[in-house]
Design a protein around this ligand. Structure first.
Ligand SMILES: C[S@@+](CC[C@H](N)C(=O)[O-])C[C@H]1O[C@@H](n2cnc3c(N)ncnc32)[C@H](O)[C@@H]1O
Length: 209
């Protein structure tokens, strides 16, 4: 980690950080965490946090809960939150699915899953975030009208996501097939790398009716 990230982690983790409880499903008090009751967007696998910070800055009426495993990414997001003066971001460290399990039904206005690890080998597909049981859990925590937005540059995963999301009985595709790239989703390193390599990026936006 850079010295700036180390400093940000030491100073800001106690203010904006949350460790995912060891026991999956431990209740999480979102209003207490953010100090207000506002619609909450959860970003699973926030990486370096550039997307979370940019979207939260542009959307101050909603609260953003980023969940990431990787400490340098968390530190980077904390630094961005500080530099941009954001009050609507909290950062959780650990497995996002364990955290989601502790949320009440309908607690989230949106779930973002941007460029999740593709786990390309078929024997590793069971590690993918987007798979039927995980989607059912995420959907159960979405409020009516809430959205699950995924993006990937891995064409085979994109097709698998689409099949999985289409098959979920409680979600409806907000578009006809893949979604047009929404301008509010910032371009991250992963997307730039894909575009430079000539790989298309797929967005999927599904709504809980
Ligand atoms: C390929 S990176 C993409 C990062 C970011 N979304 C972006 O677009 O730049 C995927 C990230 O998901 C995180 N991740 C994977 N599984 C996770 C889980 N179960 N809970 C939280 N984060 C997870 C990884 O640590 C990694 O940083």
């Amino acid at each position: 980690m850079s010295s700036r990230q180390t400093e940000a982690l030491d100073r800001l983790w106690p203010v904006h950080g949350l460790r995912v409880p060891d026991e999956p499903g431990t209740p999480v008090d979102l209003a207490g965490l953010f100090g207000r009751r506002a619609p909450v967007v959860m970003e699973i696998g926030s990486g370096m946090g550039d997307t979370t910070a940019a979207m939260a800055a542009a959307d101050p009426d909603r609260d953003y809960l980023a969940v990431e495993v990787h400490t340098p990414g968390i530190a980077n997001l904390l630094d961005l939150v500080d530099r941009l003066g954001l009050r609507n971001v909290r950062v959780a460290q650990g497995d996002a699915l364990d955290l989601v399990a502790g949320l009440p039904e309908a607690a989230l206005d949106a779930v973002h899953v941007f460029f999740p690890d593709p786990w390309p080998k078929s024997r590793h597909h069971k590690r993918r975030i987007i798979q039927p049981a995980h989607v059912a859990l995420l959907r159960s925590r979405l409020a009516p009208g809430g959205t699950l937005h995924c993006a990937t540059d891995w064409a085979e995963y994109a097709e698998a996501m689409r099949e999985t999301l289409d098959a979920d009985p409680g979600l409806a595709n907000a578009h006809d097939g893949f979604a047009p790239r929404p301008p509010h989703r910032p371009v991250t390193k992963f997307e730039r790398r894909a575009l430079t390599a000539g790989r298309p990026v797929f967005d999927l936006i599904y709504r809980r009716p």
